[in-house]
Design a binder for this molecule. Sequence first.
Ligand code: 2NE
Length: 270
Amino acid sequence: ITWTPIKEFREILFTQHGGIAKISINRPQVHNAFTPLTVQEMIEAMDICRNRTDIGVIILTGEGGRAFCSGGDQSVRGHGGYVGEDTVPRLNVLDLQKQIRSIPKPVIAMVAGWAIGGGHVLHVVCDLTIAAENARFGQTGPKVGSFDGGFGASYLARIVGQKKAREIWFLCDQYDAQEALDMGLVNKVVPLDKLEETTVAWCHKILEKSPLALRMLKSSFNAELDGQAGIQELAGNATLLYYLSEEAKEGKNAFLEKRTPDFSKYPKFP
Ligand code: 2NE
């Protein structure tokens, strides 16, 4: 599989294969722990994916085959957050989580090795997860003086159930790929050497489908869980569809032509 660079970054790789974009954390020496810069770069890459009409699906992963992501880089954890070159403490991974959920294109976590702590939450918020047999999942928050009570707790509980989610956070145990599959935390487990090939095959299946239907479905799944923000996303898609109609265009055209709109020919569906 040939991946063509989209944009150069310092702590991530951002590449493309046809309609598939791949965002890969490139800090394998620390099991792809993220700094504020890593996250800022992922946010920018995700934004590019959102705006590029030729991109239909996004793979989120980590370089090296030994880790997807081990969470926030503890060596730059300061007073009130993770500290980058500007010395400002941040938890900008929370913005990335929201972005992954709201981008109107499927995001697939491709997990080899560790998906731990804030790295585990990143795969949780992706739409789908494909795991290699060497994948290991878990939270460490209460062990290292942290927690994610947002999507990391409530959305995790929606996926694996309340009892299991509380076990994951309270015990900080690690779970292998088969255990993750059994609890519905991942969609598929494959040998490590088949991970990318399988993920790309899933992407191609998705790319064959109607992008608007996928978009509506993603926001529909979110709407039930995300309250007013979820409804806003779903309603935004309704507006998009309405703008495509002749009926909506009649309203705009009448305004620009300084006449009364004539909606009489548009049906009042039962
Ligand atoms: C992932 C795990 C279990 C792997 O263990 P092992 O034994 O296979 O590897 P090792 O030797 O621990 O790690 C290899 C190198 O990567 C560094 C290690 O310090 C080590 O460096 P050297 O000793 O070779 O120099 N490394 C690994 N994870 C790192 C990290 N997160 N930050 C900085 N360096 C890291 C084991 O490595 C582990 O438990 N890692 C820590 C996982 C963790 O606690 N992550 C933070 C959770 S909190 C969080 O992510 C968060 C949040 O809760 C809320 C908001 C935002 C973030």
